[in-house]
Ligand binder design. Structure first.
Ligand SMILES: Cc1ncc(COP(=O)(O)O)c(C=O)c1O
Length: 358
């Protein structure tokens, strides 16, 4: 046996699997498996990226000052309390900084997979707390807290369920947590919710809440890997110590800054419209889903066999969606809300499948 051994917890990790992008034998399949913006980034973000290519021999700004200023201006936040990462790296930073062997990190029953992975990567113990019908259950989380609990991760809206809890419930959770527990509000899909600040006001009001955000979803910049977090000074000062000094490329910083300053995006309205249309169309074919506030819906089938057979049919029609058995939702498929044409194709293909399935 090899004497070279990884740290405790590492071998318990099941590596994260990204959404499939291709179907063998089918050209131009539509990828609806990673909750990407079907329209891509704004023109100004693309132009900023192109311009950045002339300075690629220079190291990027290590303090992300211009990007933090742009984010702060857009959201009305304090730039000194913003931290930027490569995608939602803040999830990993938080676990690295606050959780180690003997500590517990809470995530919800169908919570985003990276919470468990980052917890295990730091030798801490992930604690899965049940949801109520695929919705975060604040009382169950509070009941699961103990002296070993260090972090609680909640995505709001949640992936892969698409459901969210109200700001009153989140505030109740924040004030009910023991003093030594930090609440992490993952707002990867917050931009899709009209009038929702992702938890920013709660961060302002408390010392035990951090918010994480990403440019990968509404801003259509998943390929560049940019995210950010907002938290109390004492937390940001800790996270700044564990991140790499040049953790965001200059091109990423430039594109993200342009994206956040470009307020012309109509993607949210399109998403809301076609999300509702798709959910209704699938329901008419006998495939229900919970009300989603994100850019995907979680379609529920009668059982795992039916979900998998529908997935195969969709693939044969050049439509790639996401199986979520790994999230303990074997009878479901997560379908990203694409453009109008993709939504119509998905509805048609699910209808074709259901006409013969039962
Ligand atoms: C809930 C949630 N948080 C965070 C992320 C990570 O996004 P990124 O690393 O691209 O910023 C995702 C991506 O799917 C997500 O669904």
């Amino acid at each position: 046996m090899s004497k070279i051994t990884p740290q405790p917890g590492i071998l318990d990790i099941t590596p994260y699997q990204g959404g499939t992008a291709h179907v063998p034998g089918i050209a131009n399949a539509v990828k609806l498996s990673s909750n990407e913006n079907p329209f891509g980034p704004s023109d100004t973000a693309k132009e900023a990226f192109r311009k950045a290519s002339f300075d690629l021999h220079r190291y990027p700004a290590s303090d992300h000052a211009a990007l933090r200023r742009a984010i702060a201006e857009h959201h009305g936040l304090d730039p000194e309390r913003i931290i930027c990462g490569n995608g939602s790296d803040e999830i990993a930073f938080l676990c690295q900084a606050y959780a180690g062997p003997g500590d517990e990190v809470i995530h919800t029953e169908h919570g985003f997979g990276m919470y468990r992975i980052s917890t295990l990567a730091n030798g801490a113990t992930p604690v899965e707390v049940r949801e109520r019908e695929r919705v975060t259950d604040v009382d169950a989380i509070l009941a699961a807290c103990n002296a070993a609990t260090k972090l609680v991760f909640i995505a709001n809206p949640n992936n892969p369920t698409g459901t969210m809890i109200g700001e009153g419930e989140i505030a109740r959770l924040a004030s009910g947590l023991p003093e030594h527990v930090l609440l992490v509000l993952d707002g990867a899909y917050a931009e899709y919710v009209e009038g929702y600040d992702g938890g920013a006001a709660l961060v302002e009001a408390r010392r035990n809440v951090v918010m994480t955000r990403t440019f990968s979803k509404l801003y259509g910049l998943g390929g560049l890997r940019i995210g950010w977090g907002y938290g109390p000074e004492h937390v940001i000062a800790v996270l700044d110590r564990v991140r790499g000094p040049f953790n965001l490329s200059s091109a990423a910083q430039a594109a993200a800054e342009a994206a956040v300053r470009d307020t012309a995006c109509k993607c949210r309205a399109d998403n809301t419209r076609w999300r509702g249309w798709l959910a209704e169309a699938l329901a008419e074919h006998g495939v229900p889903s919970d009300t989603s506030l994100a850019n995907f819906i979680l379609a529920r089938f009668a059982n795992q066999a039916e979900a998998e057979a529908c997935d195969e049919h969709l693939k044969s029609e050049g439509l790639i969606v996401r199986r979520v058995a790994g999230y303990n939702l074997p009878n479901c498929l997560r379908i990203t809300v694409g453009d109008e044409a993709s939504c119509r194709r998905v509805a048609h293909a699910v209808g074709q499948f259901m006409a013969t399935a039962r």
